[in-house]
Design a protein around this ligand. Structure first.
Ligand code: IVH
Length: 670
């Protein structure tokens, strides 16, 4: 219990601090999603320990941003907030709660809308004329911003059409287009004025200008998402009907609205805009789902914080704040040093992220990174984690600057950087254990010798036990040596020996690639094997000759030449040529689509039995497997194919039918 109390206090303190920076100083220190996330943590913990809820807990307030600049107004109807969920489970709980109330036996319709990331305002119309506009404030008292609201072109000063009630409250969101926000910030930057961290802050700042001329310059927009009647309404039965009516009175309503009657439809709506939301010129941070029937809305009512008839289904944040714990300098296969930042895990776009590459010296200097810094993390292109910023105001006193090492963290050799500091390398080559280990991984990897089964785990163990200290050692490993390793029994050791044996038969381009020469990837290796057709010719080539090959310039030719100038490397290649069975370029291109490929067969074939086909393919160097995995490279399917076809399709594995197989075999054999 003590621990829970401590956790609750910590979360509350955190939120109060965020509130202070946001509301009082107008300088948010965390993103909105981070704020919501922490608030949700507190809320969930309080739900589990109701006895520990305190009246002053942030979950019991709506949040206030009252300052003295504007006259205060009392809201006619409290401006509440919304219950939040970040996942379907939370949404289903909301739906079940409603159904449990048993307020209706028929299907309940929900009105789904976009959750506009703006500033909530209340507009009061009397006999169709706008007479008052106010901010939300603390939900009960707001600020009178009528003059500023009147400058927003899309908000009608007078409603048009029929059925206009004597008095009506319109609720909605004032926001700024992303494109206008960018223009505004560029201008502010040029004029050395304060600039805003996001369109919502820009909209809020613009609305709360004493001088409404400034508000007028800011091009604010408005979407209506709610209303209140002062007298019993007879005309409208649903939220949707009323939104349509608002539209015909001239009030802007966003067009993306969908009436859903089950959770799958709601989920589709959520997913559709999760993907497309970046295409809008305004920010949305989720969708809002509301019971469509106004009668049911009224029956369900609200608690002191939010209505019971609506919920916000929010998108997970794409940016998160974390704290830098460590920076490790990793040594790559070719000696390139890559700094990697390790930080407290953060949840972004569905995954937990703990580390991000810092790329090079320049990046560390650009960020001015210090240990324990609070850092902003994004997933660029929604995939690769990246540190995009540092929150310098939160830097600890005496924080130590992250410095790029002068010596290799693995072998202590002096590091060398290129002119623009983008690449720093340890040139110790195979003397450096880190490079050696990675070369071993690379040598046996899928696109090199393709010894599937001789991966990092086995290699690490073999190195630890000193069974291998160079590449040649791998070809002389004995079964009993493998069996001395943890988790490797008789069967597995035999399999590994067999795999190494099979990998001996390889193509020239694979071997060149496998050597791991700096800047020689698969494409260059292919060009080299095509041009020289023999490893000895390549070994003795001059830089000039290498540069004759299309696509090989000064840098690559020097790297290749330097590699073969080292006697240890020449010795290694000579030893390898004796051990391996190397197929030259002119013989291997035709059988590339079969040779050394992991192939799966499914279905019935007209021309061959399964066993016949297997034999043909194995003779052409294929590895036949019974299961489709991510390592499968080709699926050959006949008639009445099975589940393997579906699995391969899901994994986007190349597939050919019997006709295509026949023409392939014909081209290989003729
Ligand atoms: S309905 C009782 N619908 O989100 C409050 N709100 O986080 C009913 N918001 O304060 C609000 N888009 O300012 C509703 N389509 C939408 C919305 C929306 C944005 C804002 C609103 C609310 C906040 C809650």
């Amino acid at each position: 219990m003590k621990k829970i109390k401590y956790q609750l206090n910590k979360l509350r303190e955190k939120i109060l601090k965020y509130d202070y920076y946001y509301h009082t100083l107008d300088k948010p220190i965390v993103s909105d999603s981070e704020y919501d996330y922490v608030l949700k943590q507190l809320y969930d913990l309080e739900v589990k320990h109701k006895e520990l809820i305190t009246p002053d807990s942030p979950t019991q307030k709506i949040g206030s941003n009252l300052i003295d600049k504007f006259k205060k107004v009392t809201h006619f109807f409290p401006m509440l907030s919304l219950e939040n969920t970040f996942d379907l489970h939370g949404y289903l709980k909301f739906e079940n709660r409603i159904k449990k109330k048993n307020i209706s036996s028929s299907v309940i319709d929900f009105c789904c809308e976009l959750k506009i990331d703006g500033v909530a305002v209340s507009l009061i119309y009397e006999k169709g004329t706008l007479i008052r506009a106010a901010t939300r404030g603390d939900g009960y008292f707001g600020e009178n911003i009528t003059e500023n609201i009147k400058t927003i072109k899309s908000i009608p000063l007078k409603l048009k059409g029929i059925n206009i009630p004597k008095r009506l409250e319109i609720k909605g969101e004032v926001f700024m287009l992303k494109s206008d926000f960018l223009k505004l910030n560029t201008q502010s930057f040029l004029n050395k004025k304060k600039y805003f961290s996001n369109p919502r802050n820009a909209a809020a700042g613009s609305l709360r200008q004493i001088n409404s001329k400034i508000t007028a310059e800011r091009k604010l927009m408005f979407f209506c998402h709610g209303f209140n009647f002062f007298k019993k309404n007879k005309h409208f039965k649903t939220h949707y009907e009323m939104l349509c009516q608002c539209k015909s009175w001239g009030i802007p309503v966003n067009k993306e609205i969908l009436i859903c009657s089950n959770y799958l439809e709601v989920l589709n709506f959520y997913k559709k805009f999760e993907k497309n939301r970046l295409l809008f010129d305004f920010d949305i941070d989720g969708i809002v789902i509301k019971i469509n029937s106004l009668y049911l809305q009224k029956k369900l009512g609200a608690n002191n914080k939010a209505p019971r008839w609506a919920i916000a289904f929010k998108y997970l944040p794409k940016k998160q704040i974390s704290q830098l714990k460590d920076v490790k300098f990793e040594v790559g296969r070719t000696g390139v040093i890559t700094p990697v930042a390790y930080f407290s895990p953060v949840y972004i776009s569905g995954v937990f992220i703990r580390k991000a590459s810092l790329y090079n010296k320049n990046e560390i200097n650009k960020l001015d990174l210090h240990f324990n810094d609070y850092i902003l993390i994004e997933r660029s292109g929604d995939v690769i984690p990246k540190i995009t910023n540092i929150i310098k105001t939160k830097r600890l006193k005496n924080a130590k600057k992250v410095l790029f090492p002068i010596n290799c963290p693995m072998c202590n050799s002096e590091l060398l950087s290129n002119q623009d500091n983008k690449i720093t390398r340890c040139l110790a080559g195979l003397i450096c254990n880190a490079q050696k280990k990675k070369l071993f991984y690379h040598f046996f990897s899928k696109n090199a010798l393709n010894a599937n089964g001789v991966g990092p785990k086995v290699i690490n163990k073999l190195m630890q036990k000193k069974i291998v200290s160079n590449l040649i050692d791998f070809f002389y490993i004995k079964e009993n040596q493998l069996q001395s390793l943890e988790n490797i029994g008789k069967k597995k050791s035999r399999k590994i020996i067999q795999i190494i044996f099979t990998s001996k038969k390889t193509t020239l381009n694979r071997l060149i690639y496998a050597l791991g020469i700096f800047s020689v990837g698969e494409v260059i290796a292919d060009k080299l094997s095509h041009y020289f057709n023999d490893i000895n010719h390549l070994m003795n080539a001059s830089k000039e000759e290498l540069e004759l090959i299309d696509g090989i310039g000064h840098v690559v030719s020097s790297n290749i030449f330097d590699y073969f100038s080292i006697s240890k490397n020449r010795k290694l290649v000579n030893q390898l040529t004796k051990i391996l069975h190397i197929i030259p370029y002119n013989q291997n291109t035709q059988i590339n689509s079969i040779f050394n490929k992991n192939i799966v067969i499914t279905g019935i074939f007209k021309k061959y039995s399964r066993n016949e086909l297997k034999e043909i393919l194995v003779n052409l160097g294929a590895c036949i497997s019974n299961r489709v995995t991510k390592n499968t490279e080709l699926l050959i399917f006949g008639e009445r194919f099975g589940n393997k076809f579906i699995q391969a399709d899901k994994l986007k594995i190349k597939m050919i039918n019997e006709k295509e197989l026949n023409s392939l075999l014909k081209s290989l054999i003729s």
